[in-house]
Design a protein around this ligand. Structure first.
Ligand code: SER
Length: 597
């Protein structure tokens, strides 16, 4: 039996012995990347460094990164899919490449000193090559000649399988080689590897990131050759403990136990019950982490907030299916998550009261209409199709995200007019364009220069707010696209017109003065000592970057923040800063929307 804590640590320790610096997980909410809603892989927070920006912790890094994947929410319910999961990763930012990466992954997986997995149950795949990029002969040869894996256990697969990032997005990318483990019995390991056989489970992905995809079919070489690897913690933990179900690992067992208690049903009682419990466990854990994040997102009808709403409401609906009758029960799951992850990701514990308030609020809202909505839904099942207007009505009046209506309809064998629904929705302008465009899938930075300007503008804005409103102003979260910035901060009152004008003027003055933006690398302690502000938690004592804007001879500065960057070099490039809106975001949190022109 190996616990999740031991396994996570083992991974980090191994790569430490190989010269890697352990770095903390970044936030679940991307800051500089307008094209993704959540951090879906360990590489997202590291994109600037894959492009060549210098990382304060060096060229070889290792981490456990919190991730949210929303493109297969519907798959959650089986033994391996999750919305929230942790990705163990090791990173070469222009340092080692294919041979070392493959050798290290093999050693960690198979050495008796580390995971001691059965070598005979391992197979691999490499990139087969196409019109854009050649077959990865080098990786193939390393597996065959250096690691000595039988040819029959090396598959050559196309971009769809052996390329990261997902084929449709732009940004740093490259061919990968994946490692699979046979989870059937050891006596029946097939001689030939077939990636379509679900008993071969992918456990590790080594990505050789040396390209930047700029458009469909257009790849250019990056400045440096990087390695991005990923191993899902939940999956490998389940394999090592012979559980054949991620939800039986210690990363879920307490949550499942609580759901069993609340529903008075056993996890294994029927397939339907197992599936419902997995969905509830997964969705509420994910929602708790997103709400508890330093850049907290709360349930709403747009963008990430819509995902949080959808996760919570889907969990509540499955709770109903299980017969959970307690009022406001979902917070009980948040408490378990906070407890279980307290020593690894303390943010859930730290912000548990906020999470509970949000969970209660959302549950109350949905409960008010759920019963009626379900009744309404049953009436609709007399027809073969639920038309767009009816589906929209379920959403508008009863709070059923379209995905819940679709799911219920599927269970009843009827269809939903999705196009009609979207037309209705557009008419009522309920969702933002991004949600409609299906931006849940992920994608990569494609507007870097613009977002960098906005990133620097956010620092200027925070500094100006602190000058005008006082030092109690603390950043709560920010969201940047190539067109605008959105900035949330803790402050109790609505800002006056005069205060807004003062803030805007201060930022514009700083831009006009063409202040210099400089960066230094320090320990977290040193950074705090020199008065840098920021929410960064350095669990592993790694070095942090401090960005200073406008230091004069008397050591007066406009802004000094702990931040990973990147930023512009001089402020005048920002143009003109304009506040468009100041509003309440949630209790005690104000939101400013601003543009640069
Ligand atoms: N980015 C790759 C993945 O997510 C490897 O970390 O699979």
């Amino acid at each position: 039996m190996i616990t999740s804590k031991e396994l996570r640590q083992k991974y980090l320790d191994f790569f430490k012995t190989k010269g890697h610096t352990i770095i903390s997980s970044a936030s679940l909410i991307p800051e500089n990347d307008p094209t993704i809603l959540f951090t879906t892989a360990g590489m997202h927070p590291l994109v600037p460094y894959l492009f060549g920006e210098k990382h304060p912790a060096g060229k070889c890094l290792t981490n456990a990164q919190k991730c949210i994947r929303t493109n297969d929410i519907d798959e959650v319910g089986d033994i391996t899919h999750h919305t929230f999961f942790e990705m163990l990763g090791n990173w070469s930012l222009g340092d080692y490449f294919k041979e070392e990466a493959i050798a290290m992954s093999w050693e960690f997986l198979t050495s008796p000193q580390w995971l001691n997995l059965d070598k005979n149950r391992i197979a691999v795949s490499v990139f087969a090559g196409d019109n854009d990029v050649l077959f990865d002969q080098e990786a193939y040869d390393i597996w065959e000649n250096k690691i000595k894996i039988s040819k029959k256990k090396i598959a050559k697969l196309p971009k769809k399988d052996n390329w990261w990032n997902p084929v449709d997005s732009t940004g740093p990318c490259g061919p990968d080689t994946e490692i699979f483990y046979w989870v059937g019995t050891s006596e029946c390991v097939p001689e030939v590897f077939d990636s379509n056989n679900s008993l071969w489970v992918e456990i590790w992905n080594n990505v050789f990131m040396q390209y930047n995809k700029i458009a469909e079919g257009k790849y250019e070489l990056l400045k440096q050759r990087n390695v991005d690897t990923g191993m899902g913690l939940e999956r490998i933990l389940s394999i090592l403990n012979n559980l054949n179900d991620d939800y039986k690992t210690d990363l879920f067992s307490n949550i499942i136990f609580k759901i069993e208690y609340l529903s008075n049903k056993k996890y294994n009682a029927s397939n339907e019950i197992t599936k419902a419990m997995r969905i509830i466990a997964d969705h509420l854990k994910a929602a708790a982490f997103i709400i508890a994040d330093d850049k907290s997102i709360t349930p709403s009808n747009t963008n990430q907030g819509y995902i949080v709403r959808r996760l919570i409401r889907r969990a509540i609906r499955y709770g109903k299916q299980l017969g959970i009758s307690q009022v406001l029960w979902i917070k009980e799951i948040a408490k378990i998550v906070a407890h279980d992850y307290a020593s690894i990701y303390p943010e859930v514990q730290k912000n548990i009261n906020f999470v509970i308030v949000q969970f209660n609020k959302e549950e109350e809202k949905f409960n008010k209409t759920l019963e009626h909505g379900l009744k309404k839904f049953v009436e609709l099942t007399n027809n073969k199709t639920i038309d767009g207007i009816a589906a929209f009505n379920l959403y508008q009046t009863y709070g059923f995200p379209i995905e819940i209506t679709q799911e219920l309809a599927k269970e009843k064998g009827i269809s939903v007019d999705e196009v009609g629904y979207k037309q209705e929705l557009i008419k009522h302008q309920k969702l933002s364009r991004t949600v409609l465009a299906g931006m849940f899938k992920g994608g990569l930075i494609n507007a870097l220069p613009e977002t960098i300007k906005y990133h620097t503008a956010v620092h200027l804005l925070l500094a100006a707010l602190r000058q005008v409103l006082g030092k109690e102003v603390i950043q709560r979260g920010s969201n940047i696209t190539a067109e605008r910035l959105r900035f949330d901060f803790l402050y109790n009152e609505k800002m006056t017109k005069e205060q807004l004008q003062q803030v805007e003027d201060l930022v514009n003055q700083a831009i006009k003065q063409n202040l210099k933006v400089t960066c230094e690398e320090l320990t977290l302690e040193q950074a705090k000592q020199i008065g840098a502000i920021g929410v960064f938690e350095s669990k592993y004592g790694e070095r942090v970057k401090v960005y200073t804007i406008g230091q004069d001879q008397d050591n007066n500065v406009f802004s000094k923040e702990i931040c990973n960057g990147p930023h512009v070099k001089q402020t005048s490039i920002l143009g003109r800063f304009k506040i468009q809106k100041e509003e309440s975001s949630s209790a005690g949190v104000r939101r400013i929307k601003a543009i640069l022109d």
